[in-house]
Design a protein around this ligand. Structure first.
Ligand SMILES: C[S@@+](CC[C@H](N)C(=O)[O-])C[C@H]1O[C@@H](n2cnc3c(N)ncnc32)[C@H](O)[C@@H]1O
Length: 226
């Protein structure tokens, strides 16, 4: 596709470290740590948002929405999906909404996710539905519709702005969706000021409710204040 097309996206340009650890050349940062990556994802994003406890308490047919900045290899998504299956009521629905400006190609995604044999079944299902990498909203459904992955491909802030004006009835609360838990995972803020800024924090506030939580790996002061 021509770079002039509004649907064009630059896919992630990667280096590989220690076999299957992807590093984004353009950001000089890795997507996850070898061996600890899955544990770190669970600790930082699932535990700090108290998802196990919250999901065990969901009522039948309740919905829960996660908003993520940076889909990357989908590791956080797969870890959340696995926990959801173990904890949430069979009739409850998870909406995982993730933005990504530089998606991994199918081949790079497959190679990255091969680092996690425990998640192999989930990775296979994600790969089977991984969309053509064009800018816009891609909706993928898993587990008989219990899990919806809303992959918003394009600039993260612009995508979240579009999300705010989306009237999808399943997320709608007072004319816009409410995110129950945020995963802020967009590479180091010092290496990526385009994503970590006041515009993002204002959008997050707008899309959050009184019980919304957020988790991030960074302890940088500007992010804490934002
Ligand atoms: C640390 S990685 C995310 C890891 C991911 N959550 C996972 O589970 O593998 C950060 C991601 O943020 C994406 N990103 C960086 N800047 C962005 C922007 N302005 N808008 C959307 N995504 C962005 C990168 O392309 C990268 O995939």
């Amino acid at each position: 596709m021509s770079e002039k097309s509004p649907y064009y996206l630059q896919t992630a340009r990667l280096n590989w470290q220690q076999d299957n650890v992807p590093e984004a050349k353009d950001f000089g940062d890795i997507y996850f740590l070898l061996q600890q990556g899955l544990e770190e994802s669970r600790y930082v994003f699932l535990q700090h948002n108290q998802l196990q406890q919250r999901w065990q308490q969901l009522e039948p047919f309740e919905h829960f929405s996660i908003g993520e900045t940076g889909f990357g290899t989908g590791l956080n998504f797969l870890a959340a999906w696995q926990l959801w299956q173990k904890t949430a009521d069979q009739t409850a629905q998870l909406h995982f909404i993730s933005v990504e400006k530089h998606p991994l190609t199918y081949t790079d995604l497959e190679r990255s996710l091969s680092a996690w044999p425990e998640l192999a079944d989930y990775a296979k299902q994600l790969l089977a539905q991984y969309p053509t990498l064009t800018a816009g909203h891609h909706l993928l459904k898993f587990d008989h519709g219990r899990i919806s992955l809303h992959l918003l491909l394009g600039d993260g802030i612009e995508s979240i702005e579009q999300l705010r004006s989306n009237d999808h009835p399943q997320w709608q609360t007072q004319n816009h969706p409410t995110i129950d838990a945020w995963f802020l995972d967009g590479f180091s803020p010092s290496k990526n000021p385009d994503l970590w800024n006041d515009r993002l924090y204002a959008l997050m506030a707008d899309l959050s409710g009184p019980t919304t939580t957020l988790a991030t790996f960074t302890a940088v002061g500007s992010v804490r204040r934002g």
